[in-house]
Design a protein around this ligand. Structure first.
Ligand code: HEM
Length: 209
């Protein structure tokens, strides 16, 4: 049987980081949203009791945001804004309709993913800082009441923004066939790169299998 030529897209360290972030992220989001409205309280049952949800949420949040920041730092060089990116953005209709001959070629990441990258950078930093400021009884006493009130507001806004972008990210990842397998096993086929990220084939930093 013909075996497709494979290219390494995600290193083992990044894949472990990614799925760890997903696991801790599910716990963080469910416990976090259980504090939003009384009718969401049942979401916190993932921790056992509302008290445990309250105690474990900040720890899970750190376990989500810190590896996420490491991962984002490692993907930084793939996410620099490039010359053709605006043209790709303007051709978004053809991207959605999969009119491949009309889509400008892109490299390791498309501009949509680059926007997502920037959103994750901002929201993970803000969520970490504001989360520490709100962490009773350990850190909150070090900050003024007004700054803690701002922290609470920013924390909630960033959590909602991150959730919206995670949903979009999940949708895009499952829409592009072969993408999730790439994040699970690390490798994608040359044909996949040619279809979705053609300029990646010119990048010599990817080792082949
Ligand atoms: C079950 C939910 C998720 C699935 C199925 C998923 C899937 C994927 C896939 C397939 C990729 C590789 C994309 C590519 O090769 O082009 C990826 C990359 C990435 N994911 Fe996720 N992901 C999920 C949740 C998350 C969460 C919760 C975060 C963080 C908040 C996250 C952050 C990232 C980052 C930073 C990358 C690398 C950069 C990028 O591709 O934008 N993912 N994910």
């Amino acid at each position: 049987m013909h075996k497709p030529e494979l290219i390494l897209r995600h290193k083992m360290f990044d894949r472990v980081c990614h799925w760890f972030v997903v696991a801790t992220g599910i716990f963080t989001f469910l416990t976090g949203f259980s504090f939003f409205y009384p009718s969401f309280q049942w979401l916190g049952l993932i921790a056992g009791t509302p008290e445990l949800a309250r105690a474990l949420h900040p720890i899970a949040g750190l376990l989500m945001c810190l590896p996420l920041m490491v991962m984002l730092a490692r993907y930084y060089h793939h996410n620099k804004w490039e010359k053709g990116d605006l043209t790709w953005m303007l051709a978004i209709k053809d991207v959605m309709l999969e009119n491949e001959d009309k889509i400008p070629p892109i490299g390791h990441y498309n501009p949509g993913q680059k926007v997502l990258f920037r959103t994750f950078v901002i929201t993970s930093i803000v969520l970490t800082i504001t989360g520490i400021m709100m962490w009773q009884p350990y850190f909150t006493p070090f900050f003024s009441t007004v700054s803690v009130q701002w922290a609470i507001l920013l924390h909630a806004v960033c959590a909602v923004i991150m959730l919206i972008f995670v949903i979009v990210h999940f949708w895009m990842a499952t829409w592009v066939e072969g993408s999730v397998a790439g994040m699970l096993y690390g490798y994608v086929s040359k044909a996949w790169c040619k279809k979705h990220h053609p300029n990646m084939l010119n990048d010599e930093s990817h080792s082949e299998k």
